[in-house]
Design a protein around this ligand. Structure first.
Ligand SMILES: [Zn+2]
Length: 82
């Protein structure tokens, strides 16, 4: 599977994404946010809160691949286990 050009859902910059079945969504590589994963369900509802981007940066600082998910509380960011 080849990366395809896509705008970053967090900051809108020109980025690349690649579909990931185990993540049930996409893995993005953004020049300003770095690498993160996002579920299709979360992608569909973004407008992510501004804090999502900070959560992504923090998760990366801990050495995780951030995974953006959506649940009843809304959009949240946690470490990906994939
Ligand atoms: Zn970005």
């Amino acid at each position: 599977m080849l990366p395809e050009p896509a705008n970053c859902p967090l900051c809108g910059a020109a980025a690349e994404r690649i579909r990931s079945s185990p993540l049930r969504g996409f893995k993005y590589t953004c020049p300003s946010c770095g690498s993160f994963a996002i579920e299709s369900a979360a992608l569909a509802c973004l407008l992510a809160p501004a804090s999502t981007r900070q959560d992504v940066v923090r998760m990366r600082a801990y050495g995780h691949l951030p995974l953006i998910q959506r649940d009843k509380q809304g959009v949240r960011v946690g470490p990906s286990r994939v």
